[in-house]
Every structure is written in structure tokens, then in C-alpha cells.
Design a protein around this ligand. Structure first.
Ligand code: PLP
Length: 239
């Protein structure tokens, strides 16, 4: 199943690139493997995939420890400061930095481990109350604050678009993230690149690519539906 799904997603990425005259090499497919077993990741790895996305710190740590070391892990979930220790030194890119406090915690852990951490700033473009991320107008300030931390590299911006029936509805969201990134880039802040735009999921990644996404995060479209019941019962047991 994973193989057919990957082929299908890659074909759609190629077609979306062709529609707007972009090079497919400029779009990275992040295979979102959260809740899925290591064997499924190994399967995708066997088909050449090297970039995987996880949204839970401990799950990232567990998978990191058992899977090949040339995998680039993307941390895409909400990150609590007390979990930063599991992610720094393991994730190649942290997509979800949305506060100065979190940026400082990543800086401190990076110092401790002697690494430089690459991050994206998460923007809640659509201003959904249920989602994390900064408001558009707060973003520049956080970028500036994080840029002053010597063990962080700000590589760009990330957004999670609303769940919509018709993915076309998210086109303005992707356009706004791109405009914000161009705007921040024009300020030429030291230590800041706006090279990465992480936007688009299974439902809307083709539209995101048309609007400039460099990283699309696709889970269900590759690994199938997730079963959250298992996760929930484990959570209950811990209490
Ligand atoms: C789960 C998740 C995805 C993947 O979602 P799908 O709809 O399964 O493709 C992408 N980004 C983030 C931040 C996620 O949490």
C-alpha cells in the first residue's frame, strides 16, 4: 500500500509543479509517520524516502533510536519546553516554534548538546482558535528574537491550514504565508533565511505547491488513516 500511495503522491507533486513551472526538486515530501509503526517507516525508507515527520517528542525519540541514522526527522507538533530535550539533536528541522520561550528552550538545549538547531516559525494564518501558531502580525517580532539566539537557524515559516471540504478554499491561506515570508525576507535579518515554506497536507498539498510550498507534510495520503483510539487508551493507562 505504501508503495502505491507514494507513487501517487509523487506523481501529483510532479503535476502540481508542472502546472506552475516549478522544479520538483524544490519540493520536499515530508512523510508524516506519526502513530505509525517503525516497520511502515522502514518500508517507505526502502522506497528511497528519507524525510519523516512526527508530532510527539517521545515518539520521535523512540523511532529515531531504532531507525537508520540517515533519516531526516521533522518535528511538526506542538512542542512543550519540557520535551525539547527529546527533540533537539534528533530533529533536522523543528517546524513548530511559536513562542520566544520555546525558542529559548531550544537554544539552551542546543548549547548543552553542542548543536545548531534549524527551526521554522509557525504561523496561524487562518487565526483558528483551536490551533497553535502566531498571528501574522506577531511573526516578525519572534523571528527577530529567535535570530538573536546563536544556536538557532531560522529557515522559514510553517502553517497548518484549516480542514476544508474543497482545498481551493485554502489557497488564500498559502498565499498569505508566502507573502509574509517574502516580507520578512526583505528585512535581511542576520541568521534568518526564508527559504522554507512548510505548508500543505494530504487534503491540500497540490494547492500549497502551486502557491510556493517547499515542504509538504503528507501523512494519510502515504500511510493511510490513523487510529487514534490506541493512542488514547495508552494515555488513559498512564493516568
Ligand atoms: C498530522 C499532520 C500532518 C499530516 O496530515 P495528513 O492530513 O494525514 O496528511 C501534517 N502536518 C501536521 C502539523 C500534522 O500534525
Amino acid at each position: 500500500m505504501v508503495r502505491e500511495n507514494l507513487e501517487n503522491v509523487e506523481k501529483r507533486i510532479l503535476n502540481a509543479c508542472q502546472r506552475v513551472g516549478r522544479h520538483p526538486e524544490d519540493v520536499t515530501l515530508v512523510c508524516v509517520s506519526k502513530t505509525k509503526p517503525a516497520e511502515m517507516i522502514q518500508d517507505a525508507y526502502g522506497y528511497g524516502k528519507r524525510e519523516f515527520g512526527e508530532n510527539k517528542a517521545q515518539e520521535l525519540r523512540e523511532k529515531y533510536d531504532v531507525l537508520p541514522k540517515d533519516i531526516i526527522w521533522h518535528f511538526i507538533g506542538h512542542l512543550q519546553t519540557n520535551k525539547v530535550k527529546y527533540v533537539v539533536g534528533r530533529a533536522g528541522l523543528i517546524h513548530s516554534v511559536d513562542s520566544c520561550r520555546l525558542a529559548q528552550a531550544i537554544e539552551a538545549e542546543s548549547v548543552k548538546k553542542g548543536v545548531v538547531s534549524h527551526i521554522l516559525v509557525e504561523v496561524n494564518v487562518a487565526q483558528e482558535a483551536s490551533k497553535f501558531g502566531l498571528r501574522t502580525e506577531e511573526t516578525l517580532e519572534l523571528v527577530k528574537q529567535a535570530a538573536a539566539l546563536p544556536h538557532l537557524r531560522i529557515d522559514g515559516l510553517m502553517t497548518i491550514a484549516p480542514f476544508v471540504e474543497n482545498p481551493e478554499q485554502n489557497r488564500p491561506v498559502f498565499q498569505q504565508l508566502r507573502e509574509l515570508s517574502v516580507d520578512i525576507d526583505s528585512k535581511n535579518i542576520d541568521n534568518v533565511s526564508m527559504g522554507i515554506l512548510s505548508m500543505g497536507m494530504t487534503n491540500d498539498y497540490e494547492i500549497a505547491i502551486e502557491e510556493g510550498a517547499t515542504h509538504v507534510r503528507v501523512g494519510t495520503g502515504i500511510f493511510g488513516e490513523r487510529n487514534y483510539h490506541i493512542e488514547q487508551s495508552e494515555g488513559c493507562r498512564r493516568i
